[in-house]
Design a protein around this ligand. Structure first.
Ligand code: NAD
Length: 317
């Protein structure tokens, strides 16, 4: 990891990629070099020009340019947001085969450049594309991270904050599992400050209910579908989530984020890349936090892992 210069290469300068780049520029101080790469080179060039023209008004002093795969050589992080966007009615798993071919054309030249940093993947279906990145790159598992359920968790905390009228920062709750239909909220692990929310729900005098929580969980699970129905794609939220992950890595924060990480026996399974709370620092995934799930939650988790394993196995990589 290069410490004096913080260089990020973004591959895929579509809506998600550029929402990330825009957020990176606006938050400032996260990295000082940003390279843009896309199959559509002209688009990447235009995006670099456009962002550069805003730099005079931004907090950060960054070098932004349209580059080549050889620019990955001394990068700290390669962010991948290239691929085909989810269409209305299409499940994330339907995208798999198309995006695997896109990734073959990306990972090979990145690795060939001599890149030795950390991969951060956003392309859907993100858990599988992260595993594909791991397999194709042959990097250590800690250096391959997917955005996982980080955005879903942010949505959950926002909605729970609203429900309990509490600052989301004081709500501790995670969406875990596949970033997709089988994701879920382990309710036994939802905390308001240090108080278990199940205790509040069990109190007959409380206005808060299990039905209310189930509604919120459903809202989180279907949020992407609703946004896609309304505006064809989602990008701002995931762009900010990517920025958060990149900031945690470059700042060696040891922050807990629900990224897609490779399990090695945690939660009773291994091999799968799946959204779990993980400690993220300069070397990527430092540790996976294993929550104490109830039997029912553990079953849901393994069912979600099975969905991902089945889809990955179908690829024959
Ligand atoms: P987009 O179509 O706007 O952008 C995709 C970009 O990838 C395009 O610029 C395209 O030219 C580029 N590209 C395609 N093939 C390439 C290749 N072989 N090499 C380099 N670049 C290539 O799509 P988008 O809306 O930005 O979405 C990108 C991905 O992010 C999709 O897979 C989408 O489903 C996913 N996404 C993930 C999340 C999440 O939570 N992880 C959220 C939203 C979207």
């Amino acid at each position: 990891m290069n410490t004096d210069k913080r260089k990020v290469v973004l591959i895929g300068t579509g809506m998600v990629g550029m929402s990330f780049a825009y957020s990176l520029v606006n938050q400032g101080g996260i990295c000082n070099e940003l390279v843009l790469i896309d199959l559509n080179k002209k688009r990447a060039e235009g995006e670099a020009m456009d962002l550069n023209h805003g730099l005079a008004f931004a907090k950060s002093n960054m070098k932004i340019y349209c580059g080549e795969y050889s620019d990955c050589k001394d990068a700290d992080i390669v962010v991948i947001a290239a691929g085909v966007a989810q269409k209305e009615g299409e499940t994330r798993l339907d995208l798999l085969k198309r995006n695997t071919e896109v990734f073959r054309s990306i990972i090979t030249p990145v690795v060939k450049s001599g890149f030795d940093g950390i991969f951060v993947v956003a392309t859907n279906p993100v858990d599988i594309m992260t595993r594909v990145t791991f397999e194709l790159s042959r990097f250590g598992a800690s250096k391959v991270i997917g955005t996982g359920t980080s955005l879903d968790t942010a949505r959950l905390r926002y909605l729970l904050g609203d429900y309990f009228t509490v600052d989301p920062k004081n709500i501790h709750a995670y969406v875990i599992g596949e970033h997709g239909d089988s994701e879920f909220v382990p309710l036994s692990q939802v905390m308001l400050a240090t108080k278990r929310v199940t205790g509040i729900l069990d109190d007959e005098k409380s206005p808060y209910t299990y039905e209310g929580m189930a509604r919120i969980e459903e809202e989180v699970r279907t949020a992407a579908y609703k946004i896609i129905e309304a505006k064809s794609a989602t990008y701002y939220g995931i762009g900010i989530a990517l920025t958060r992950i990149v900031k945690a890595i470059l700042g060696d924060e040891n922050s807990v984020l629900t990224v897609s990480a490779k399990l090695s026996g945690e939660y009773g399974t291994k091999g799968v890349f799946i959204g779990v709370p993980s400690i993220i620092g300069r070397n990527g995934v430092k540790e996976i936090v294993e929550l104490e799930l109830t039997e029912d939650e553990q079953e849901k988790f393994l069912a979600s892992a099975a969905v991902l394993n089945d889809a990955f196995d179908g690829l024959g990589i």
